[in-house]
Each structure stands twice: as C-alpha cells, then as structure tokens.
Design a protein around this ligand. Sequence first.
Ligand SMILES: NC(=O)c1ccc[n+]([C@@H]2O[C@H](COP(=O)([O-])OP(=O)(O)OC[C@H]3O[C@@H](n4cnc5c(N)ncnc54)[C@H](OP(=O)(O)O)[C@@H]3O)[C@@H](O)[C@H]2O)c1
Length: 290
Amino acid sequence: MSATTPDLPGGTWTLGDTTVTRFGYGAMQLAGPWVMGPPKDHDAALAVLREAVDLGITHIDTAEAYGPRVVNELIREALHPYPEDLLIATKVGGRRDAEGGWPTARQPDELRQQIADNLETLGVDVLDLVHLRLGNAQGPVPEPIGAAFETLVDLQQQGVIRHLGVSNATGEQVAQAQRIAPIVSVQNMYNLAVRHDDALIDRLAAEGVAYVPFFPLGGFSPVQSDTLTAVATRLGSTPISVALAWLLRRSPNILLIAGTSSVAHLRENIAGAGLELSAADLDELHKIAG
Ligand SMILES: NC(=O)c1ccc[n+]([C@@H]2O[C@H](COP(=O)([O-])OP(=O)(O)OC[C@H]3O[C@@H](n4cnc5c(N)ncnc54)[C@H](OP(=O)(O)O)[C@@H]3O)[C@@H](O)[C@H]2O)c1
C-alpha cells in the first residue's frame, strides 16, 4: 500500500479512496500558546501551511477546537481553493471553554454542530476525514462509543463526511467503531518514549488501517533521552530527525503529522525523517521505552 515518492520520505499511504504522503503536517501549534489563537505572527502561520503544500505534503491534520476556529480559518485562508490531492483531517468530540480547557462534547447534537462548524471554517461541502476524539486530556477512557460514532456514520451516509477515524481510543474502542462502520485511521499518542499502542499499530497495519501518532515529538514535553541523543550524535543528526525517521521505520501504516510553526523546522523535519537507521540503531532506540 505504500510507495516511494521522490520528494518526501516514507512514500505514500492510501486512506480510503485517497493517497496521501506519509509525511504530513499537524497544524495545531499554529494557534500559538495553549492552542488559543490568534497566532502572534499570522503571516508566518500562513507561510508554513503554503510551504507544506509546496513541498508536496498532501495530509494536514486540524480540529475546530484549535484556536478555537483559528487553525481551520488559517488553513482556509492559506490554501482555499484546496489542491485536489490534499486531504484535510479534522476531529470532533471536544470543545474549548473560556479558560482554554478541553471539555468533551460528544452528544449527538454537539457532534452535528461541530461538523457544521468544521464545514464552515474550512469552507468545504464535504469533510475528507473526521476523527471522533474520545477519552479526555489525560488519555483514553474505556467507555462505550456507540451513540457518538453512530452520529458520525449517519452524517457520513448523508454525504458530509468522506472517511471516519477515531482518536485517543483504546484498542477495544477501535474494535467497537469497526463493528459499526469502516475506519481508515486511528490517531493516538505515540512516539519513541510512549509505546502503549505497539500491538494496536501492528493489528491496524495488518488490516490496512493507518495509525497517526499525535505528539510524535512529545508535543508540549519534547521527547528527551540520553540514548536518543547518543544515536543522533553518532549519526551526525538531531534527536528530532531520529525520532521522525524511527516512526517511519516502525510500521508502514504510520503517518507523520509532526507540528511546527516554523518553515525552517518543517524543512529540517522533512530532511531529517529521511535519515537511514541501521538495525543496530533501531535496537538501541527500541530500549528507550523500556
Ligand atoms: N488527536 C488528538 O487528541 C491530538 C492531540 C494533540 C495533537 N494532535 C495533532 O498532532 C499534531 C502533532 O502534535 P504537536 O504539534 O502537538 O506535537 P509534536 O509534533 O510532537 O511537537 C511539536 C513541537 O515540536 C517543535 N518542533 C518541531 N520541529 C522542530 C524542529 N525541527 N526543531 C525544534 N523544534 C521542533 C515545535 O516547535 P516549533 O513550532 O518551534 O517548530 C512544537 O513545539 C498536532 O499538530 C495535531 O494536529 C492531535
């Protein structure tokens, strides 16, 4: 399912009916501190989005809750009308409160409203990929997902959602969703140091479902490890490059959505993700998660 493109490391992956570059872009950080917009440099944020597309990225991850509204509106301003091959993935299931908190919002009427808001702010008639965001800010919570997921399936049948996914989900919740309707991706927290989902990734790879790690670089707490630094130094590279290259090597169904608010970092990350890792490097990196 994956192929090699000359431009971006990792080649491509097919999400439902759409082929995307495995090297994608996560837009959350564009909203600025606490993901509460507006960004301090509006034009710089637009420049990152345009550079991502110019460099060949065809998968951008967002959510109405980022900003809130701000990141979707930046994407629209920078890129609308969207290139045909660009897939924009969004999330529903949470909202923002006045203090910047992330309360859950998964009642059917709340989800319908969030879909309507995403359609409006992104300026589209159909959302390419919608993840149902489960659990809470602390992580996945093992609870039934049926009514919420069925609401999204209903909206998919009405034609306003092309593909479905789940996020911040337990393995059992992924299976619950799959018993209701096909999903094309799971977006959970995962990186070199946080590997609770190892078995889930392998299961999804066998099923042809994408796994999209959020916080691939550790998010607000960058992945730090002496082993990672040692491997990066030995290879004449950086810990961030090694962390991204490792994810691409970990499994062919892993899609990168590393975030950055900097054009220079975006370019650096594309170059870095193409780093060659030997079997010995991989063995050493494997030990980071204990
Ligand atoms: N489903 C969910 O619940 C959920 C939760 C969180 C995030 N997400 C998604 O996951 C995406 C990725 O997560 P994330 O952006 O929070 O975390 P991340 O990708 O793990 O890390 C982003 C951080 O790394 C820094 N960074 C990136 N490249 C760098 C470089 N070359 N040198 C130095 N620093 C660098 C960025 O700073 P600079 O801006 O300075 O480059 C930013 O602070 C988000 O954009 C969002 O779309 C989803």
